[in-house]
Design a protein around this ligand. Structure first.
Ligand code: ZN
Length: 215
């Protein structure tokens, strides 16, 4: 799909972002974390724009034409393509944290099952796992890492409000699950965000195994 980028948007920089998203998406799809065209990925382009996957595309074989530009309110820029239905959750991260530049959202089986299991508690409390240190700012396995589980809804402003309420209560947030749905996490660059996602997938899998073994 051709895109008419505004004159202020560098096509080269947009292409770099699109290529980075496509490369990460291909690897996450190969891991089985993006079933049936689900999941969405974005990278900040600048203070006012982000590159994000177009809705409904197979995440295993994205090309530049499958990535589009949105403004920080989630509106399409320079294209008639439709961004992911969950675009507002991405732009929320960019608005709240100027230092965050990548958001990854996947629907792995582990993430989905964990979200259902812990939905009644509204949070997963990770403690005692060495891999918690893979999350930026976490320096010891001894600290408690809270991953909230928000109720799912197709009405994005409700999800945005739940995330805002958590943050406005002063609670740290590195990632969240949506019940029966998947995970969102973010970071300063693609490598950090991939590390967060992989660590959380591993930690959620460990928590599920523990419950299976102690049942
Ligand atoms: Zn989703």
């Amino acid at each position: 799909m051709s895109q008419m980028l505004p004159a202020t948007i560098s096509p080269t920089l947009f292409a770099e972002r699109a290529d980075a998203i496509a490369a990460a998406a291909a690897q996450l799809a190969a891991a089985g974390w993006t079933p049936a065209t689900s999941s969405n990925f974005s990278m900040r382009r600048d203070d006012e724009h982000a590159a994000i996957t177009i809705s409904g595309r197979d995440k295993g074989c994205l090309s530049r034409g499958d990535i589009m530009l949105v403004d920080m309110q989630g509106h399409a820029v320079g294209t008639s393509a439709r961004p992911s239905a969950e675009t507002e959750l991405h732009t929320q991260v960019y608005r709240r944290w100027p230092e965050m530049n990548v958001v990854l959202h996947t629907h792995s089986r582990t993430q989905s099952v964990a979200s259902r299991l812990f939905a009644k508690d509204g949070v997963i409390r990770l403690k005692g796992w060495e891999l918690q240190k893979a999350i930026a700012g976490q320096t010891t396995h001894d600290s408690e890492l809270l991953i909230p589980v928000f109720p799912n809804t197709q009405h994005m402003p409700e999800l945005v409000a739940q995330v805002d309420a958590w943050l406005d209560a002063g609670k740290p947030l590195h990632a969240y699950l949506i019940d029966g749905h998947g995970i969102y996490t973010w970071g300063r660059d693609m490598a950090e965000t991939r590390r967060h996602l992989e660590a959380l997938e591993f930690l959620l899998g460990c928590e599920l195994d523990l419950r299976r073994l102690s049942a």
